[in-house]
Design a protein around this ligand. Structure first.
Ligand SMILES: Nc1ncnc2c1ncn2[C@@H]1O[C@H](COP(=O)(O)OP(=O)(O)OP(=O)(O)O)[C@@H](O)[C@H]1O
Length: 454
């Protein structure tokens, strides 16, 4: 079940209810929602939403395979990916994203994605992968690093954490720790560490209600082991568990919980405004900076990203208002366009190394190329001037030239020999003819001829 390219994939997951048979909101696979007759308060009893699919009574494994797997595999190919769970409190967002601790079979999207990533790293041997994790919590408009307690985490910045944007790097959180992981086990340990640090509260609709938005990010970098170019790809896989919207009357939140609920509802409303603007192609401005959540998710909602929204709803008729509100949000998300492209980069250090190697290979090649006539004449001239003393150094840039210079020297020595021999022969003849010449001169000439190998 893969969303069409250029569209956000929107899926509905219905939390199973105890009164499944009579109490269920009818939610058909094509996005039709109907309300049971006896709970109708108005005459509108049927709504229609454009969605990828409605999943009811599916196992965690099937849900992951049908909805998320393609986004995870895309991240290994260099595409950014986002899977985000949205819905009212208690609808099953954390169950979907992290899973239940009750059994291994009930593990959610994050542990399954980590397993998939490391299985693929083993299989894709032609690439060297670097995997890093970060875990961000947004609680009451404050950014919290859920992994800051781990060894090796940077000391918290005195200026606090901040959502920032840089060309080429996109959106990132300054001060958020990034942890290298080399195996599924190591990654799961970090996930559990972060889970322990999350802020959980208890209210009428959920005993373990997340009081914050959480963004678990898998950062992937892949370099080819076979190609010696400086290109490499990176991606960010954002797995987002949003805090649940809540009707304050229904949850009965008070005090700190009430304050949290107000922050949660306000930030979700800003998220909805950003989604509305993203889906309206006539609007030039998208209000991402209204909240920390929308700012942190700026490059993860649409644009260069494979995006999936999971709309978690409760099956009970009593939750119809909240369900419709969630489905309206899901419908708006469907209007958001995406344009995923592989994040390819060039390593400047490696580029320089490659250029140096390339230059050396070129020089080595040119070094063994035969010399042209002009080059040979130039070397001949340089050697002559060097021998005469008018040139101090011979300009040599290749092995071929060295060979040519030696050849010229050999020639010069041979010519010199010829000249000496000729001179000596002349002198010898003179000596033979001129009996009056000094015998000592003759001996010197004979000695020289012997030395020169005649
Ligand atoms: N598909 C499901 N199958 C079985 N149990 C589920 C399912 N969905 C949710 N639950 C159970 O329902 C309860 C509430 O779910 P969960 O905590 O995931 O909701 P939530 O949407 O994250 O709520 P909140 O926004 O308050 O954090 C949990 O006990 C969870 O195990």
């Amino acid at each position: 079940m893969k969303a069409h390219s250029g569209e956000v994939g929107v899926f509905v997951r219905i939390r199973p209810t105890a009164n499944f048979a009579q109490d269920l909101i009818q939610c058909l696979p094509d996005g039709q929602v109907t309300q049971p007759l006896d709970t109708r308060k108005s005459h509108v009893s049927s709504w229609s939403f454009q969605l990828e699919g409605v999943l009811r009574d599916v196992s965690q494994e099937e849900f992951y395979t049908r909805v998320c797997r393609w986004v995870v595999l895309g991240a290994l190919d260099g595409y950014n990916g986002t899977v985000m769970c949205f819905g009212q409190t208690g609808a099953g967002k954390t169950y979907t994203m992290t899973g239940s601790t009750e059994s291994y079979k009930q593990r959610g999207i994050i542990p399954r994605a980590l397993q998939e990533v490391f299985q693929e790293v083993e299989i894709r041997t032609e690439h060297a992968f670097n995997v890093y994790l970060s875990y961000l919590e947004i609680y009451n408009e404050t950014l919290v690093d859920l992994l800051s307690s781990l060894q090796g985490s940077p000391r918290p910045s005195p200026h606090g954490m901040l959502v920032m944007e840089e060309p080429g790097r996109g959106v990132f959180v300054r001060g958020l720790s990034l942890h290298p992981v080399h195996s599924e086990e190591e990654a799961l340990n970090l996930l559990f560490e972060g889970e322990m640090n999350r802020i959980i509260g208890s209210h009428a609709l959920n005993r373990n209600s997340s009081r914050s938005h959480c963004i678990f990010t898998v950062h992937i970098e892949a370099r080819s082991r076979t190609l010696t170019n400086a290109k490499y790809v990176t991606s960010k896989l954002n797995l987002v568990d949003l805090a649940g919207s809540e009707r304050l009357g229904k949850t009965g939140s008070e005090g700190q919980m009430l304050k949290e609920a107000v922050y949660i509802n306000r930030s979700l409303s800003f998220l909805e405004q950003a989604i509305l603007a993203l889906g309206d192609h006539r609007r030039e401005h998208v209000p991402f900076r209204q909240s920390k959540l929308t700012h942190a998710l700026k490059d993860s909602l649409g644009g260069n990203c494979n995006t999936v929204l999971v709309a978690n709803i409760c099956g009970e008729a009593a939750q119809i208002e909240e369900t419709l509100s969630t489905l309206r949000f899901a419908g708006r998300m469907k209007c958001v366009r995406t344009d995923p492209v592989v994040n390819e980069h060039t390593d400047p250090a490696l580029t320089r190394t490659c250029e140096t190697i390339h230059d050396s290979v070129n020089r080595l090649e040119s070094t063994y190329k035969p010399l042209s006539e002009a080059q040979q004449a130039e070397i001949h001239s340089q050697v002559q001037r060097y021998l005469e003393g008018s040139l101090e150094e011979i300009n040599i840039i290749s092995v071929r030239q060295i060979q040519a210079v030696f050849a010229q020297f050999k020639l010069a020595v041979q010519e010199q020999e010829q000249r000496v021999k000729a001179q000596l022969c002349q002198t010898h003849n003179l000596v033979v003819k001129d009996q009056s010449a000094d015998t000592a001169d003759v001996k010197v000439s004979q000695y020289l001829i012997h030395c020169l190998g005649t």
